[in-house]
Write a protein that binds this ligand. Structure first.
Ligand code: PXL
Length: 277
């Protein structure tokens, strides 16, 4: 197995099992050298806690990137999640252009919305900035809400295959390389992931366990990137990430006090086994 070096850019929510506290352990478990660039530091994530602190690290990014350039550091992939500001998105675009090795991948999880709504910290101008990043990426991993904000397509709670095909098509036509659209379910009790690379439309259905588990988007994207960088195809990675994410939710079920995230650590050994298969 070749040893890959990846950079992930997202916030540190000190408590809450999301973003970097999820991505770093999952990518490391996948056997990848994982470099990090924290976009912001928050006391907790913003979905359900109130009064959280937020330190934007945008101003630190240019000097960090300049240092890496001087040291001739580059990455096999750059994977972004929750970012701190619009200005930061411009810096991240520059990192994508200058610090990815020849043949390397840019992977964007446009983490900004869920259940039809933007996260509290974001507005329409953030969406506009995110469009630029997402539409120049090799792979994007939006949920349906994020895909709707990116395309301007109306968000719907119930939909059919034509609606999903329309979203996938619009995203690829706008410039995204491959789209991994999460949370696509057509039947009661089931959900799934649709993958479209501009040629073939794939779909993987799996069971839907519980509504509203925080942080599962980050678990999913991190597991996807881990599998992809281990040499799996986009669709295989999408399936493996779905199976692992289901296990993390199962591992958390029945503990009402653990509403803010999933106990993904307890099933990391299963993730490693999935990767070895
Ligand atoms: O899981 C996405 C995420 C990441 N980081 C922060 C968040 C959220 C979702 O709400 O608030 C700070």
């Amino acid at each position: 197995m070749s040893y890959k070096k990846i950079l992930t850019i997202q916030d540190i929510s000190c408590v809450g099992q999301c973003s970097l506290t999820v991505a770093l352990p999952i990518l490391s478990a996948a056997g990848l050298e994982t470099c990090i660039l924290p976009s912001a530091v928050l006391s907790t994530h913003t979905a359900g806690f109130s009064g959280y602190t937020f330190r934007d690290l945008t101003d630190d990014i240019p000097a960090i990137a300049a240092h890496w350039k001087k040291e001739k550091i580059s990455f096999d992939a750059v994977y972004t999640g929750y970012l701190g500001s619009e200005r930061q998105i411009d810096y991240v675009s520059d990192i994508m252009k200058t610090l990815i090795k020849e043949g390397g991948l840019s992977i964007v999880d446009p983490a900004m919305a869920d259940n039809g709504k933007l996260y509290p910290a974001f507005d329409e101008s953030y969406v506009e900035a995110m469009k630029k990043l997402a539409f120049s990426a090799d792979i994007i991993l939006p949920n349906i809400t994020e895909a709707c904000f990116l395309t301007g397509i109306e968000y719907r709670e119930s939909y059919d295959e034509d609606y999903i095909t329309g979203i996938l098509d619009a995203l690829v036509k706008s410039g995204a390389g491959t789209v991994v659209l999460t949370g696509v379910g057509y039947r009661e009790g089931m959900t799934g992931v649709a993958v479209y690379d501009g040629k073939t439309n794939y779909y993987y259905e799996h069971k839907r366990i519980e509504k509203g588990c925080h942080g599962t988007g980050d678990v999913y994207a991190s597991a996807f990137v881990g599998a992809l960088m281990r040499g799996r195809s986009s669709f295989d990675s999408a399936k493996l990430a779905a199976d692992y994410t289901v296990r993390t939710i199962e591992a958390t079920q029945g503990d009402a006090s653990h509403w803010y995230g999933v106990k993904f650590e307890t099933v990391l050994p299963e993730f490693i086994e999935m990767l070895e298969k």
